[in-house]
Design a protein around this ligand. Structure first.
Ligand SMILES: Cc1ncc(COP(=O)(O)O)c(C=O)c1O
Length: 482
């Protein structure tokens, strides 16, 4: 796909309403050089919240690095080991610098992904009777999962509901929840800087408020950092989990927990492993944990891939968040405006959007369900299949965010209880069983997410696909939408 000519009437209309898109041209050049495989394969990639894409130069630089060195296991002091350690530690420093985190205040723990980083917090947080785990309905399952550690240690678990239709939390409601903490106990408050469901960007000034009211703060930055700058000299969350493949596509298998050193010191690891101790004895049944990040990196870190994290971060830096942010903002605005304007001849709108329909305090993902001409929701799996036929990659389901899903789709606690307590559902429940159980309700949505190298044509291709769903009878969808 070549760059869009400004004479194209739709592109001209887009530029008129979103003139700042013109300042993001650098990304079109990059797309044709670094991401040419997208257009060569005629891909319409719209799942950037699922995974970012890598530039070819990232691969080249990483390969050159591996080719030019002999890296040994970093747990030694031989020359090859020292070289590996040097690159791992350099990447660690670079992560801190990238997020403007003061090394005296923050440490970086390399983990497998954001989920791995979250588990480190969950299993080590000193929950106990009288302490609390407070979290928004809007959270990824890997944040929800921490509640199992909290349950096991008799902490109180509280979910903060979302307001509809915007799927945000009211500041006053939040403050009321935060005021319920006993500041003499360990209390953990967790929320996403950006929702992976609605793309709402929850306020970062909650962090300071929560600190004042006696909470440690876990800010899930996995969906935020690919397109927005997180400046840890401005805000000081205690724990920040993220996955690097979401930011720049490569490598997979490496994430990080950025943690305030003071908060890290309050965690208790439930075990020790190779690499996490200074001394361990078999006969004396005794071990001494290492300090800081070392105590949290079990076994051998991914020392061949970690240097590629620094390469990816440099790549993002060269482009700069302002350009990425602006591109995503303008394309999301165009997508929302056009999608929400489409209506069947019956007057029924084509989509129901879950989350904000303006560009304010939101990221580049748009979660919707498609409605047929009679207002019936079309199964999200059908939409995914149909989009796939046009080589459009998008995500459907609940995106591992069941709380936001339940709120958006109006699935009540009673309905869920009925379903979960039905005979045969005590210990096993497949997704298909669940769908049958909440019969008549949609159990998921369609997420279209825009990212760093999205362009106008991608959005137009999706809008074209959406337009073909107008006035189509649900039963004939397969034939018509092709
Ligand atoms: C907001 C958010 N948190 C956490 C995760 C978990 O990331 P990972 O699957 O890389 O562990 C995701 C992944 O989609 C996410 O969007």
């Amino acid at each position: 796909m070549a760059t869009m000519p400004e004479t194209d009437p739709e592109f001209a209309a887009f530029l008129k309403t979103h003139p700042s898109y013109a300042q993001t041209r650098l990304l079109d050049e990059l797309r044709s050089t670094e991401y040419a495989r997208l257009d060569a394969g005629e891909h319409v990639y719209l799942d950037y919240t699922g995974a970012g894409l890598y530039a070819e130069s990232q691969l080249r630089q990483h390969q050159e690095l591996l080719r030019g060195h002999v890296f040994g296991n970093p747990h030694s002091s031989n020359p090859t080991s020292l070289d590996a350690t040097r690159f791992v530690e350099h990447a660690r420093e670079y992560v801190l610098r990238f997020f403007k985190a003061d090394p005296a205040e923050y440490d970086v723990i390399f983990a497998q992904n954001a989920s791995g980083a979250l588990k480190l917090v969950g299993e080590s947080y000193p929950f106990g009777p009288g302490s609390q785990y407070l979290l928004t309905f809007d959270n990824h399952n890997s944040v929800n999962g921490i509640r199992e550690f909290a349950h096991a240690r008799q902490a109180q678990i509280t979910y903060i509901p979302l307001g509809l239709p915007d799927m945000r939390v009211e500041d006053a409601a939040l403050e009321a929840f935060l005021r319920r903490a006993d500041p003499s106990k360990p209390n953990l408050f967790a929320y996403p800087a950006q929702s992976n469901f609605s793309s709402v960007q929850h306020p970062l000034d909650w962090i300071e408020l929560a600190h004042r009211l006696g909470w440690d703060v876990l800010l899930d930055a996995a969906a935020f950092t690919p397109t927005s700058e997180l400046d840890l000299s401005e805000v000081a969350p205690d724990f920040v989990p993220l996955s690097f493949y979401k930011m720049f596509g490569y490598p997979t298998g490496v994430g990080a927990l950025l943690a305030r050193r003071s908060a890290l010191a309050r965690l208790h690891r439930p075990w020790f492993a190779g690499g996490t101790i200074t001394v361990a004895s078999v006969q004396a049944d005794k071990y001494y944990l290492a300090d800081g990040h070392q105590a949290f990196e079990d076994g051998t870190v991914d020392y061949l891939n970690i240097p590629a994290v620094e390469i990816g971060l440099r790549h993002l830096e060269v482009i700069g968040y302002p350009i990425i942010h602006e591109r995503v903002r303008s394309l999301t605005g165009w997508l929302l405006d056009n999608l929400t304007r489409m209506t069947h001849t019956t007057g029924v709108p084509l989509v129901r959007v879950y989350g904000p329909i303006t560009n304010e305090m939101r990221g580049g993902a748009v979660a919707v369900n498609f409605l047929d001409r009679n207002g019936q929701a079309i199964d999200h799996r059908t939409i995914e299949t149909e989009a796939g036929k046009s080589n459009i990659s998008l995500r459907t389901g609940c995106f591992c965010n069941p709380g936001a899903g339940e709120m958006a789709l109006g699935i009540s606690r009673v309905e869920l209880d009925v379903c979960f307590t039905r005979p045969g559902h005590e210990s096993r429940l497949s997704l298909d069983d669940f769908r049958l159980c909440i019969d008549g309700k949609n159990s998921g949505a369609v997420r279209i997410s825009i990212g760093m190298v999205s362009n106008f044509q991608d959005v137009q291709a999706f809008l074209h696909f959406a337009r073909r769903l107008l006035n189509v009878e649900f039963a004939s969808l397969g034939a018509e939408a092709r």
